[in-house]
Ligand binder design. Structure first.
Ligand code: 4NP
Length: 152
């Protein structure tokens, strides 16, 4: 089983969106037995909460299942548990390194570094633009899934 963990700051906007979109892609390709996904935040403010309503609304608009999305905090144990630890922006990558004590490990990836864009996924908690977030995460997840399939 290949295990993927998406990480953002609060685990209520971007990383649960990535978890749901990736799960949807995996189910459509009939790969649920081969690849699992989860998400976590580097911060603790929203532990136990469902996603932001902007994230839920956007996922529902695209018919992406939102079940089971509950915020949790990243822990140092996650580094050993997961094969891909995928941050949304540069500050997530720095925080992942602080929490796990691991830096420059190839399993820690910024999502859009896999695409031509090579940039941060802007935080819709501050921008309010959940469509931009959806489009970028969707593109990143498609490229990530292709990468995983090649290495499977
Ligand atoms: P996320 O967005 O990292 O995409 O989940 C945020 C959600 C909450 C906060 C910051 C960013 N916050 O400061 O509570």
């Amino acid at each position: 089983m290949v295990k993927v963990l998406f990480v953002c700051l609060g685990n209520i906007c971007r990383s649960p969106m990535a978890e749901a979109i990736m799960r949807d892609l995996i189910e459509k390709e009939d790969l649920s037995k081969n690849i699992s996904v989860d998400s976590a935040g580097t911060g603790s403010w929203h532990i136990g909460e469902p996603p932001h309503k902007g994230t839920l609304k956007k996922l529902e608009e695209y018919d992406v299942n939102t079940k089971g999305l509950i915020a949790r905090q990243l822990s140092s144990k996650d580094f050993d548990e997961y094969d891909y630890i995928v941050g949304m922006d540069e500050s997530n990558i720095r925080n992942i390194s602080k929490i796990t004590g691991q830096s420059n490990d190839p399993k820690i990836i910024r999502l859009l570094d896999l695409t031509d864009a090579k940039k941060d996924v802007p935080d819709p908690y501050y921008t309010g633009d959940f469509q931009e977030t959806y489009d970028l995460i969707s593109e990143g997840c498609q490229v990530l899934l292709e990468r995983i399939k090649v290495n499977m």
